[in-house]
Design a protein around this ligand. Structure first.
Ligand code: AGP
Length: 600
């Protein structure tokens, strides 16, 4: 989703901004732009498409030490050069980049800007035109910005240049993520620390409704009322090598390969000195005092939440509801007497999940965020955080974060059960280790996965994924992976549900991926496969060792049944990857998608 960078200092700003934007490419975008300010004024370069396209239009001759940049994921107005950021006010005095959505921009336009001819279809342009209007009314730039922020409703992270002040970047934030980075003789602005890691590791987080005045050797944070805020910087714990592809052709392939190491890292991170798995005592306490756990998440994280429900109910004996975040906030169910909320979010920035967190906090209920990004918005705002320890996930399609989510859910449920004095009939550390080895075997079987992708998905328009029990939830995730990166229409179903309607879609050769990892329903799922084969489907059965039958296409190394989601998802990820490659899709940056969905 949209990204922001800014720099003020002594270096050539164009290259720093372009490199920063390249680091944000993974978030998904459809156009990009930069604006640089020097003594002669502001120069804006913007282009539809990739950063490489933007590079082609940037004039190398322009020399500037101050500038802002943006990657746009269209919300208001089609993705084109005109709607790309930065946007300028009519006189071109003010130049702005913005992430987020201004909900009342129509009202603002009508109330204050009826005589202004807009150059774009964006809500963002309204912000910069309002600033210009209030400045023409006699306000200083900071006061014009402040007045504008008081009037607009919605989410924003923004960076503003004033042509008449070539020593300042004005920054403001509400609901959308934004950081200020500190350097020697320079300072930077970034929606994600990754963008500016090339120049600094020191960052100051910004809170909602704060304004920052950024000079090259000072940074002043103010609240909207003008009062000064002091906040120490923190070191971004990111390793550049973690965010480079190395010799891999795609981040997704690298991240799938990292999955065994991620499981092992989680074991280490959650092990105490006695080698027992344990979690924060405050989280154990929160679980102890809850009568029901509400898991709130979106997309892949929601699919991990469905597995989490099984773990918390079966292992820890806590009743669980799992909800899609974009629905929950606007259609809240009747809550139990002592609810506890668990937000699962790889990025920690998903706006749909955050709107629920804000509402839940207003009601005073306890909250936990399970995330891969320490210091992310949902992590900061929840009472407690459970970290995934998966390392930066750059590919839009989530793979290692899903496996990490399932593993941390298992660790949490079993640590809680043991803290309550329950004896488990399995050794979590040992079973996670076995699962890590099994995942290794699968990622080492890439040729076979590629063959399956060719055999089943080379020409198909659609595909179905079925499973029962936890295999059903893994099927949902398998279908999501395939559709998001290969654009093949794919749906996941509970094995027994197909015959209640969807079986009408089965034609000669329709691929059906069936998971058979659960002994109790093994015969049932095989019955479901027979139903679709009788109607012409082409079945690809992936079975757990010990449950396999002749004709199965792939046998998963044996793991404990409860741990099978960690393993069964991996062939589905790899098959999707190769299907997307064969179709020449942009695997890491699929069309229309964003890595971190920061608008509702
Ligand atoms: C998964 O491959 C997708 N990129 C998407 O469904 C993602 O899981 C969803 O947007 C939620 O993101 P989060 O975990 O960062 O909150």
């Amino acid at each position: 989703m949209c990204g922001i960078v800014g720099y003020i200092g002594e270096a050539d700003v164009k290259e720093i901004l372009l490199k920063g934007l390249e680091k944000l490419e993974y978030r998904g975008y459809d156009s990009a732009g930069i604006a640089v300010l020097n003594d002669e004024g502001v120069v804006v370069f913007k282009e539809k498409g990739r950063i490489a396209d933007l590079r082609d239009v940037v004039d190398e001759e322009v020399d500037a030490k101050l500038g802002i940049g943006h990657t746009r994921w269209a919300t208001h107005g089609v993705p084109n050069q005109l709607n790309a950021h930065p946007h300028q006010s009519t006189t071109q005095r003010f130049t702005l980049v913005h992430n987020g959505v201004i909900e009342n921009y129509h009202l603002m336009k009508k109330a204050y800007l009826s005589n202004v001819e807009m150059a774009s279809d964006t809500d963002t342009e309204v912000i910069v035109q309002l600033i210009e209007k209030f400045s023409q009314d006699g306000l200083s730039t900071i006061d014009a910005l402040r007045k504008t922020l008081h009037l607009i409703h919605g989410s924003y992270a923004l960076a503003l240049l004033d042509k008449e002040d070539p020593n300042t970047i004005y920054v403001a934030k509400n609901k959308s993520p934004l950081l200020v980075g500190l350097g020697e003789g320079f300072n930077v602005v970034a929606s994600d620390a990754m963008a500016m890691l090339q120049v600094t590791e020191q960052y100051v987080e910004l809170h909602d409704q704060e304004i920052v005045i950024v000079h090259k050797d000072s940074v002043e944070i103010q609240k909207l009322d003008g009062s000064i805020v002091e906040r120490p910087a923190y070191k971004a714990e990111l390793d550049m090598s973690d965010i480079e592809k190395g010799t891999y052709p795609h981040y997704m392939l690298k991240e799938m390969d990292e999955q065994p190491a991620v499981i092992r890292k989680i074991i280490q991170a959650y092990q105490n000195e006695q080698d027992e798995l344990t979690i924060d005592a405050n989280i154990l306490d929160a679980l102890h005092h809850a009568d029901r756990l509400y898991i709130i998440a979106a997309g892949t994280s929601y699919h991990a939440g469905l597995i989490g429900k099984q773990y918390f109910e079966k292992i820890a004996g806590i009743p669980v509801e799992v909800h899609i975040s974009s629905e929950f906030g606007y259609n809240m169910p009747l809550l139990s007497a002592k609810p506890l909320f668990l937000f699962i979010t790889q990025s920690g920035e998903t706006a749909d999940s955050r709107q629920v967190l804000v509402k839940i906090k207003e009601q005073g209920y306890p909250t936990i965020t399970m995330t891969n990004v320490p210091g992310s918005t949902l992590s900061r705002e929840a009472d407690h955080t459970l970290l995934l320890h998966a390392g930066p996930e750059i590919a839009v399609a989530s793979t290692k974060a899903y496996v990490a989510q399932v593993a941390v859910l298992m660790v949490t449920a079993s640590a809680y059960a043991q803290a309550q004095g329950k004896t488990l009939d399995f050794d979590v550390v040992k079973e996670l280790g076995i699962a890590a080895n099994a995942v290794q075997t699968i990622v080492d079987s890439k040729e076979e996965m590629e063959e399956i992708a060719t055999e089943f998905l080379a020409t198909t328009r659609n595909a179905f994924f079925i499973g029962r029990n936890v295999d059903f939830y893994v099927s949902l995730e398998g279908a999501l992976k395939l559709k998001e990166i290969s654009y093949i229409q794919a749906e996941g179903f509970a094995g027994g549900e197909l015959k209640h309607g969807t079986i009408a879609l089965i034609e000669d050769g329709t691929p059906i991926f069936a998971l058979a990892t659960q002994q109790a329903v093994s015969l049932n799922i095989r019955g479901n496969v027979k139903e679709v084969v009788a109607r012409g489907a082409n079945p690809c059965i992936i079975a757990m060792e010990g449950l396999e039958e002749e004709g199965d296409r792939f046998v998963l190394p044996k793991v404990h049944e409860l741990f099978s989601p960690l393993v069964a998802v991996v062939p589905l990820q790899l098959i999707s990857y190769y299907a997307a490659l064969h179709r020449e899709c942009d695997v890491d940056k699929p069309r229309n998608l964003a890595k971190s969905v920061t608008v509702e």
